[in-house]
Design a protein around this ligand. Structure first.
Ligand SMILES: [Fe+2]
Length: 216
């Protein structure tokens, strides 16, 4: 059993009634530990920037899980490994689907596997973004990439970054052109948050792992 602190147990909402979706997975327990998730990620991923992306998305998922009273460990692991199969299977529909086969072989819970599948557009039929963990993963994925790009061009990196400076960069079409602005906006809508607030959450989450992301 995974050990968690009492703060995390409280953050995971351990004492309150669970919804149907979360009853299947006890709030303080995941079959895969964070160490196992990190090892799996490193087994499949060599790119430094992809590893950093995984750490950023992990931080954002942990942040939102705590904020929403969900399972912090499970959400964090979901973020950490959501793209673990990308280097080996970068193309749709293999990306996420090949990874899901590996995850199921290793006994990872369906709640996590389903969330990872749901972040790809091509799995929407079977794995729609219809529950908090799925909405959050989709919402933070592109935004983490964009906030990283903004941090690279700021001398202070993540320190003191504001939602308005991120939004200003979003309006510059040539800046980080590969990041889909509409997905960032769709993500905030899915979470039911104003875009500014969503960006603030993700900046705050990423600031907690600033040094791991290479921003000092
Ligand atoms: Fe991603």
């Amino acid at each position: 059993m995974l050990q968690t602190t009492s703060t995390e147990r409280r953050a995971a909402g351990g004492d309150r009634p669970r919804s149907d979706a979360s009853v299947k997975m006890r709030p303080t327990e995941t079959a895969m530990t964070r160490d196992q998730a990190w090892n799996l990620l490193n087994e499949y991923t060599k790119s430094e920037s992809l590893l950093k992306h995984a750490l950023a998305v992990e931080a954002a998922m942990r942040h939102y899980a705590a904020h929403l009273g969900e399972n912090v460990e499970a959400w964090g692991i979901t973020g950490l490994i959501h793209d673990f199969d990308y280097e080996r299977w970068p193309n749709p529909p293999d990306h996420t689907r090949e990874g899901a086969i590996v995850l199921r072989e290793r006994g990872v819970e369906e709640e996590i596997v389903g969330a990872i599948l749901s972040h790809a557009d091509w799995n929407q039929g079977e794995y729609p973004r219809d529950r908090p963990i799925r909405k959050a993963l989709f919402a933070v994925d592109e935004l983490c990439g964009f906030v990283t790009a903004v941090a690279y061009v700021r001398p202070e990196k993540l320190t003191g970054m504001t939602a308005s400076s991120v939004k200003k960069k979003m309006k510059q079409k040539s800046f980080a052109a590969a990041v889909k602005r509409e997905d960032i906006e769709k993500g905030a809508e899915l979470l039911g948050l104003p875009l500014d607030e969503h960006i603030d959450h993700v900046i705050a989450a990423m600031q907690t792992v600033s040094s791991e992301l290479g921003f000092g």
